[in-house]
Design a protein around this ligand. Structure first.
Ligand code: XBP
Ligand code: MG
Length: 228
């Protein structure tokens, strides 16, 4: 099973949104991503790409580069990631209800677990370190994340990478996803998808998934056996 992170393992997007806004403030920018705007901006996966999209859309400071030629989007995202990892490291973001038990049951039954996410590795380490403890790396021996691939969801790249690192065939893997971009990415990589509704993707079209569950408490080994 290959798990998405944001919206699937945990309802993290509200904390990502807050971290973006703190980063903007620390850079002296008067940008504020409120709930409605952020839900719209989520159509663009990847924090750097989302900032660049916002800069392009608003035309704000579009040519800003630092002396090393690093784009404003890059620098803002670097700051945002530092703020976000500090937030989740403290345990502010719990796993979604049912996920912890499901992961343990799956691991105890020898089911291979992996991660395929758009978010960056430091964010995953902070979140899973705080919620699953240092053993999280044993539970997820394969982690495909962020800039490990060029094309982000809905492109299939991150799932293709996870499947290759697992040394599996795509058709023998099941993805657990929450968003339209995530479902499309896993389908394009040849996986079957179980979708779980999340807060920030609650209106997403999850077409193509073999199950659309209202939340993660519906995930079970029985369900897995049914669809395997
Ligand atoms: C969802 C995303 C991410 C997060 C922010 O990731 O699109 O970009 O919104 O994280 P997932 P970064 O595939 O886990 O649902 O700022 O690290 O990109
Ligand atoms: Mg997600």
């Amino acid at each position: 099973m290959i798990f998405d992170v944001d919206g699937t393992l945990a309802e993290t997007e509200e904390y990502h949104r807050r971290a973006f806004n703190v980063a903007f403030e620390e850079f002296g920018l008067d940008w504020v991503w409120d709930d409605a705007l952020y839900r719209d901006l989520l159509k663009v996966t990847g924090g750097k790409e989302r900032i660049a999209h916002y800069i392009f859309r608003t035309g704000a400071m579009k040519d800003s580069m630092d002396p090393d030629g690093r784009s404003l989007a890059f620098l803002l995202h670097q700051k945002k990631t530092a703020i976000y990892t500090e937030m989740v490291r403290t345990g502010a973001v719990p796993l979604r209800a049912g996920i912890g038990d499901f992961l343990c049951a799956a691991a105890e039954n020898g089911i291979g677990l992996a991660i395929a996410t758009t978010t960056s590795l430091p964010n995953i380490e902070a979140l899973l370190g705080a919620t699953l403890g240092s053993q999280w790396r044993r539970m997820f021996p394969v982690v495909a994340a962020g800039d490990m691939v060029v094309n982000k969801k809905p492109a299939p790249d991150i799932y293709q990478l996870a499947v290759n690192l697992l040394d599996q065939n795509a058709e023998d893997c099941i993805a657990i996803e929450d968003s339209r971009n995530g479902v499309q990415s896993a389908l394009a990589a040849g996986l079957r998808v179980v979708a779980v509704r999340s807060d920030f993707a609650r209106d997403d079209d999850l077409q193509g998934s073999i199950r659309q569950l209202p939340d993660c408490t519906w995930l079970s080994l029985e369900l897995l056996r049914e669809i395997a």
